[in-house]
Design a protein around this ligand. Structure first.
Ligand code: SF4
Length: 337
């Protein structure tokens, strides 16, 4: 389907949304889209307007279902519609509707071309994916089984909706079945999610890019080297800033309070700094020696190079304070809130 020269390459079925809006008997709809889908805001809005709804589009960045801006919209809208993410167990002051968007897994041919080298890694394979590709897992499973693999798709904790689904802050679908598999295949795009699986399970993980299929081992080693560099730099810190995001699903205030006490018990200074979007310019004026990210776990790793001072995850802080040697990936736990 084309509109205004824009190819709709994702699969949007707006009928379930229209049905849900009708059930809710709402009139004013807030639209929340991640960056990659913002280009479709005008299309979705025009479809909703055709059905008599008033629409307000959020201009803020949206990174996940953790980011529910209900308090910003509750005056103007009767409900919020978030595209591209699966729901998380988060309270909202107005109804939230999550419309998942399926991407087509474009790497099946690459998988087939590389099947002989993958077979060298073992017989038991775990499949993991993000929500946008999770419905492709049965197809990949069927193919791998036809090639003689034993395929395991794990069910994660309450923060993930589908078997095999992982989030950048939750790798439980992988870690729960890690001892049953020889290696993992990540069905999706990007490197952070398979990196998280590689670090949290210590198993070999294969992922895809335009050039082919690759193991995450080299990237994992590079990132771990960088992380231990940040940990080393933070070792002389006397003043720690604990950054908490006010985004509902990232507001790990309980965790920040525990860490604050721990830092103070170690004889150092700690303050909790609350902000919405976490960015380098917001902490530029502060004079803390290191920062601990009690928000989205991706920030401390993905964005670390944008910050002058060491940025640590809560798990990395434990290495700094307690001298622990094992590295654990930061994941969000319901007790963090
Ligand atoms: S906290 Fe980060 S990784 Fe988790 S859902 Fe939100 S944006 Fe994604």
């Amino acid at each position: 389907m084309k509109r205004s020269g824009k190819e709709l390459k994702y699969q949007f079925d707006l009928n379930p949304l229209l049905k849900r809006l009708e059930e809710l008997k709402v009139k004013r709809v807030g639209l929340v889209l991640p960056e990659g889908l913002k280009i479709y805001a005008d299309y979705i809005s025009s479809e909703l307007k055709k059905h008599g709804y008033e629409v307000i589009v959020s201009g803020n960045f949206n990174y996940g279902a953790c980011d529910v801006p209900s308090f910003e919209f509750e005056e103007e809208c009767d409900c919020l519609v978030n595209f591209g993410h699966a729901s998380l167990p988060i309270e909202s002051s107005i109804p939230m509707i999550f419309i998942e968007v399926d991407f087509v897994f474009p790497y099946m041919e690459l998988l087939k071309d590389n099947i002989d080298s993958i077979k060298k890694e073992g017989k038991k394979v775990g499949l993991v994916s993000t929500v946008n590709y999770v419905r492709e897992l049965p197809k990949v499973k069927e193919y791998l089984e036809s090639e003689g693999f034993e395929v395991v798709i794990g069910k994660g904790d309450i923060r993930v909706k589908y078997p095999g689904q992982i989030l950048g802050c939750d790798f439980s679908s992988a870690s729960k079945v890690s001892d049953k598999v020889d290696f993992f295949i990540f069905v999706g795009e990007g490197r952070f999610h398979p990196l998280g699986v590689a670090i949290s399970t210590e198993k070999k993980v294969f992922a895809f890019d335009c050039d082919g299929i690759y193991s995450l081992n080299d990237y994992r080693d590079k990132i771990l080297k960088e992380r231990f560099g940040a940990i080393f730099r933070a070792k002389d810190s006397k003043k720690f800033g604990l950054i908490v995001s006010s985004k509902k699903g990232q507001k790990r205030m309980a965790l920040a309070k525990i860490l604050k006490r721990k830092i103070e018990d170690s004889g150092f200074i700690a303050d909790i700094i609350l902000m919405d979007e976490v960015s380098p310019d917001k902490i530029y004026g502060f004079d803390y020696d290191s920062y601990v990210i009690c928000a989205c776990p991706r920030i401390g790793i993905d964005d670390a190079k944008r910050y002058k001072k060491p940025l640590l995850t809560p798990k990395e802080l434990e290495i700094v304070l307690d001298g622990k040697e094992d590295y654990f990936m930061d994941e969000i736990d319901q007790n963090d809130f």
